[in-house]
Design a protein around this ligand. Sequence first.
Ligand SMILES: N[C@@H](CCC(=O)N[C@@H](CS)C(=O)NCC(=O)O)C(=O)O
Length: 216
Amino acid sequence: MATQTKPILYGYFRSSCSWRVRIAFALKGIEYDQVPVNLIQDGGQQHTKQFESVNPMKQVPAVKIDGITLCQSLAVIQYIDETRPGPRLLPADPKTRAQVRMISDLIASGIQPVQNLSVLQKKGSEKEQWAQHFINQGFQALEPILKQTAGKYCVGDEISMADTCLVPQVYNAERFKVDLEQFPTIKRLNQTLLEMEAFKVSHPSRQPDTPPELLA
Ligand SMILES: N[C@@H](CCC(=O)N[C@@H](CS)C(=O)NCC(=O)O)C(=O)O
């Protein structure tokens, strides 16, 4: 059950997986503290012994909440959905819930891992082309699925975990110069969601560890 202590998010301003959790916290109106883990500086602070004791996967996000430490952004989001009031991020209806999980997993398991920092670091000068290729390939599948499921948001007209995954992935797509004109549904949903306060306050350009030159 919820305690008085604020959750602590170990994250990085530009990490799409951290942004998913920041969106969920904002949608639920949960106050939290942030501990920045700079994925680039000094060879990556995710590799320190200190952080390894928080998340042995050496990835962000990790969250300390209610006396436990959780990693894996979707597990965190589902935990806060199950324990906190506010908009349901996993709908009650089994069919729409399955669609929310399908879209979230498509992004979180099918797209983001192949363009993760540790993968791109192995690709050297090929990294931009590699990331662009796999995000593009993932979006080719995501677009027709979203065309079927979307209303105002990814699944119907209720905000959900799928939306917390979509916007950060589009942010990565833009970084790697994926042509979003090919994906009108993804583009429309992204624009709609970015208008929402929860997506604005959690944006990479507005975090405590955002470098001054990138602050919005
Ligand atoms: N499945 C994990 C993935 C976490 C992940 O890949 N995090 C990235 C940032 S978005 C990371 O920490 N990368 C560090 C690295 O590749 O060294 C989740 O959803 O939380």
